[in-house]
Design a protein around this ligand. Structure first.
Ligand code: SF4
Ligand code: SF4
Length: 117
């Protein structure tokens, strides 16, 4: 199984980290890698156009940067799929992801994309 996060879309909500039963995700502090050049945030298999380069997607940012989220750690961290090979395709993260930014590809090449419910 391959798992990656579209970093500019990730709100840092930690839902994926909280629900995954096999610890595929790690939440990493953007302050450690503000422009993504150090490999802290871009440590999963996200393709080039979905890597962290220091800029959030404006539409997703506007949707989720409200007062409730400001009380939490939104946009201070990004999820990194550090252990995608452990994924058991339970799909819990796929329905919890605010940024609709998780992509999973199974061993047969079938692609699963998160849709927030
Ligand atoms: S689908 Fe995979 S990555 Fe997502 S929560 Fe389940 S085991 Fe974890
Ligand atoms: S659930 Fe989605 S938006 Fe939230 S931290 Fe995980 S990848 Fe990012």
């Amino acid at each position: 199984m391959d798992v990656y996060v579209n970093k500019p879309h990730c709100t840092g909500c930690s839902h994926c980290f909280d629900v995954c039963p096999v610890a595929v995700f790690e939440m990493r502090d953007i302050a450690q890698d503000p422009d993504g050049s150090k490999g802290v945030i871009n440590a999963d298999t996200a393709p080039e156009d979905k890597k962290w380069k220091g800029v959030n997607d404006p539409a997703i940012y506007a949707k989720w940067n409200n007062d409730v989220q400001k009380c939490h750690d939104h946009y201070k961290k990004k999820s990194v799929a550090v252990n995608g090979s452990a994924c058991i395709l339970c799909q819990a993260c796929l329905i919890e992801c605010e940024g609709e930014c998780i992509t999973i590809t199974d061993d047969q090449g079938q692609v699963y994309q998160s849709i927030y419910k």
